[in-house]
Design a protein around this ligand. Structure first.
Ligand SMILES: *[C@@H]1O[C@H](CO)[C@@H](O)[C@H](O)[C@H]1NC(C)=O
Length: 321
């Protein structure tokens, strides 16, 4: 047996079709740009408008920040890789991607729980909202995702960092993730694979369960009342629940359902690294009157009427004399 250490991995990337790569390059570059712009706009809007300085919008801005992290640890490399023939990644960079995906995805799950808790207090205990959601509690809700993510990713990495890699080094995805990388180790990884699935599964399922419980209680409360404020609550809820399903669906499928095929996993990984981060700004802003009002105020502060369309026309070289 050849026991030389593997120093780099080869990523097979999103698609093996040569003809498709330029198109994918264009599409994913635009999507990535939209993720950065959309989420940055949310953070800018929330921080610059004092009417949005409430726990709900602080959590939303923090979600946007995590979304940018989720979208940024692998996507830029994946996009650049679409242009090169041999997509390699060093052993250290591969471990870094594993660290990041579990830190950020774990953080995203927990911040969705924080947001659900905030809505639960607002809707089910409206009279105590101000006292329960104090500045301290708000900061805890913002820091909790990062601490849980850190503990989770450290425990996952502890299983992997000492594995010997000596032969096969092809990772059939566009970034390094644990199930794919442990499969390449040249020892029996059955127990480690089980531990990894159990660790991720525990975090995913317990967050998901907490979300289901809090949204069920919220929905029961909303159903029993029927005022105008409840209509607003209902639209916020629909937004939250959509995001939860879009994010947890693929994660549960990849980690908790151990029999899924790896090519399915690749498509699902696109879902949570790209589509969820782009959908959050869309879902939360287009459906939310307060966000829309704050954004148009921001626009009128920084841009004179007509200036936006002029900028766009210039950028597209459509300006006629
Ligand atoms: C996250 O939430 C805290 C308040 O709890 C807030 O001060 C901070 O600005 C938020 N972060 C972002 C990126 O908006």
């Amino acid at each position: 047996m050849n026991h030389s250490r593997v120093t780099e991995f080869v990523l097979l990337g999103l698609s093996s079709s040569k003809e498709l790569q330029p198109l994918l390059f264009l599409v994913f570059s635009l999507l990535y740009l939209a993720i950065l712009l959309g989420n940055f706009l949310i953070i800018l809007t929330v921080t610059s408008d004092s009417r949005l300085h409430t726990p709900m919008y602080f959590l939303l801005a923090n979600l946007s920040f995590i979304d940018m992290c989720v979208a940024s640890f692998a996507t830029p490399k994946m996009i650049a890789d679409l242009l090169v023939e041999r997509k390699t990644i060093s052993f250290e960079a591969c471990l870094t991607q594993i660290f990041c995906v579990h830190l950020f995805a774990g953080g995203e799950m927990v911040i969705l729980v924080s947001m659900a808790f905030d809505r639960y207090v607002a809707i089910c205990k409206p009279l105590h909202y101000m006292t329960i959601m104090s500045r301290r509690v708000c900061i805890i809700l913002v820091l909790l995702p990062w601490s849980v993510g850190l503990v989770h990713t450290t425990s996952q990495l502890a299983f992997t960092v000492n594995l010997p890699f000596c032969g096969p080094n092809q990772v059939d995805s566009f970034f390094c993730d644990l199930p794919l990388v442990t499969k390449l180790a040249c020892v029996d990884t059955y127990v480690i694979s089980l531990l990894i699935v159990a660790d991720s599964g525990f975090l995913t399922l317990s967050s998901f369960l907490l979300l289901v419980v809090s949204y069920t209680m919220i929905l029961i409360t909303v159903r029993s009342r029927s005022s105008a404020s409840m209509a607003k609550a209902r639209s916020t809820l629909t937004a939250h629940i959509t995001v939860v399903i879009l994010f947890f669906g693929p994660c549960i499928f990849i980690y908790v359902w151990p029999f899924s095929g790896y090519s399915v996993d690749k498509v699902l990984a696109v879902f949570y690294t790209i589509f969820t981060p782009i959908l959050n700004p869309v879902i939360y802003t287009l459906r939310n009157k307060e966000m829309k009002a704050a954004m148009s105020k921001l626009k009128s502060r920084y841009l004179k009427p007509g200036q936006v369309s002029a900028v766009i026309r210039n950028a597209l070289f459509l300006e006629t004399k």
